[in-house]
Design a protein around this ligand. Structure first.
Ligand SMILES: Cc1cc2nc3c(=O)[nH]c(=O)nc-3n(C[C@H](O)[C@H](O)[C@H](O)COP(=O)(O)OP(=O)(O)OC[C@H]3O[C@@H](n4cnc5c(N)ncnc54)[C@H](O)[C@@H]3O)c2cc1C
Length: 502
């Protein structure tokens, strides 16, 4: 490409979506992606043994470990964070749900001292509609929602196991509905393809003829100047510099603030990298009353506990995973790596034996997860390191512990009468759901970008990924990342229309 209108750094959910939006509107886009062009989502899985940097990059995983200091205790593990075309969405679970009006609108968010969303739900609603089209969302309306219902694709029929669970949930007074998923199904109901940042973002952008892609291109520094922005990168081992007047940071909740800090971009609020949020995962195994049923299912979701008795909890949804030996080993490895217990010789072998037994016990169970909203605190932050190692400081505040306790109690009550087992004893941070580290807002003192995602004091530099989130909400982040990318993309198109300022 001879001339570039917009450089997009990162090709995950945010980067892929904004790149497609801009390219299809006629802008010349260049994607720069640290990882490599990937195999389709279906060919890759998370494995416990995937601890080798090159192997991780080949599979689209961030190559280096995460040093997470949680409540003062530092542990090293490999976070489920993507690095390849498609980013983390390349291996996500593809549950794409809208948040609720109260999540976005000022009235509820203002109650929090750091302030809420600078745009309202009605501004984002058409972008949610469009994101649901782009990601071919199938599912059914939430019966508890007062909002106009989006036009979703009809999902395949429920399995016997899910029919059984749905009936017993309803008997408990709950309101299950067909989970919203970015999955294309075959006529017989088997999943054919997952729509993600690569398949619904980068590939259609390239097909438009307006976009180009450089993969294995690790951006090192951003240098804003009076005549545009220079982007310095190491591409397949060679130093290269790219230039454009508009540059989008879409390197994810860890990658974007790391790049901003490494480039020493102006930070008048002092909040770059701060307000880091995750969700807390409350995983629960439920055994359907219909014992004949088996197989993984990703069909049901419920919002009865979303906002209960004045407390902010979140959705409860089917995870669609088999409780296999590999999944259990991965889960136990992660838990052990983060535990404060001394590491003993032979414990990894013992853990694998335990996983074998657990796989037999849990064979018939359906795994559901409650996503507990995390609130923003400035001291929770991404830290800059000298290499690819990721690092963060995170404090689990007493209010989060108290909400977790209440959420688990509400889940146990909601699923009364079912054989059930909570899978986590300790608070389980969902490191794949990081957000909030380049917060958008009206007030320059409490936010990093303006309401359009424009970095303050850096003309032409924008953010379009999970790091914009002012709050984490009680739903999975990706549909909102896509809706925000469309919102930021519209502001960039307006800027391009005006042309360069003399
Ligand atoms: C196992 C798992 C399951 C999940 N399931 C769901 C789900 O069901 N629903 C949902 O909504 N969300 C889910 N998520 C979360 C979701 O995948 C992320 O929230 C989302 O992909 C984040 O999008 P993003 O654009 O902010 O960043 P990412 O998708 O992480 O993309 C960032 C990209 O930037 C690149 N990058 C970083 N630094 C640089 C650099 N210096 N130079 C060049 N490129 C760089 C990275 O390589 C990466 O490709 C899941 C996550 C995981 C890990």
């Amino acid at each position: 490409m001879s001339e570039i209108d917009v450089i997009v750094i990162g090709t995950g959910m945010g980067g892929g979506t904004i790149g497609r939006h801009l390219a299809e509107a006629g802008a010349r886009v260049l994607f720069l992606e640290k990882g490599k062009t990937q195999h389709p989502n279906e060919e890759r899985q998370l494995h416990a043994e995937m601890f080798e940097p090159t192997g991780r990059l080949v599979r689209g995983l961030w190559p280096a470990p995460l040093d997470a200091t949680v409540d003062g205790h530092t542990s090293r593990s490999y976070a489920p964070i993507g690095s390849g075309v498609g980013g983390s969405s390349s291996f996500y679970a593809a549950t794409l749900e809208r948040p609720e009006r109260h999540d976005i609108d000022h009235s509820s968010a203002r109650a929090h001292p750091t302030g809420g969303w600078p745009i309202d739900y009605d501004t984002l609603a058409p972008r949610y509609d469009r994101a649901e089209e782009l990601y071919e969302i199938c599912g059914a309306p939430d019966p508890l929602s007062p909002e106009p219902q989006a036009a979703l694709i009809a999902p395949p029929p429920l399995t016997r196991a899910d029919e059984s669970l749905k009936a017993s949930f309803e008997a408990n007074g709950l309101h299950p509905y067909r989970l919203h998923a970015a999955i294309r199904y075959e006529a017989d109901g088997t999943p054919q393809q997952t729509l993600d940042g690569r398949t619904a973002g980068v590939l259609p952008a390239l097909a438009s003829g307006k976009a180009g892609l450089r993969d294995r291109c690790d951006v090192q520094r951003i240098l804003p100047g009076p005549d545009g922005i220079a982007v310095e990168a190491i591409c397949q081992g060679r130093a290269e510099t790219f230039n454009a007047r508009q540059v989008v940071l879409a390197a994810g909740a860890f990658g974007t603030p790391r790049l901003a800090m490494r480039s020493e971009l102006p930070d008048p609020s002092g909040l770059i990298g701060r307000n880091l949020m995750f969700h807390l995962n409350e995983m629960i195994a439920l055994w359907p009353k219909d014992k004949a049923a088996s197989g993984p299912s990703k069909a049901l979701s419920l919002r009865d506990l979303y906002h209960l008795e004045g407390q902010r909890f979140g959705t409860v949804q089917a995870m669609g995973i088999d409780v296999t030996y590999g999944e259990i080993v991965y889960f136990l490895d992660q838990t052990l790596a983060r535990s404060k217990m001394p590491k003993l010789p032979g414990q990894w072998l013992a853990l694998r034996a335990a996983a074998g037994i657990a796989a037999r016990i849990f064979g018939q169970a359906k795994i559901f997860v409650g996503l507990l909203e995390d609130l923003p605190y400035a001291e929770n932050r991404v830290k800059l390191t000298d290499d690819d190692t990721l690092a963060c400081d995170y404090t689990i505040h007493p209010e989060l512990r108290a909400r977790r306790k209440a959420f688990r109690k509400a889940m146990a009550q909601a699923f009364r009468g079912h054989l059930k087992w909570f899978l986590s004893m300790q608070p389980e941070l969902n490191f794949g759901h990081g957000c909030g580290t380049m917060k958008m807002g009206h007030d320059p003192a409490t936010s990093v970008t303006d309401p359009q995602g424009r970095l303050r004091e850096c003309p032409g530099l924008w953010v379009a990924d999970a790091s914009l989130f002012p709050t984490s909400m009680g739903v999975n982040p990706s549909l909102t990342i896509a809706a925000l990318a469309l919102h930021v993309g519209d502001a960039i198109l307006e800027t391009l229309k005006k042309g360069p300022t003399p």
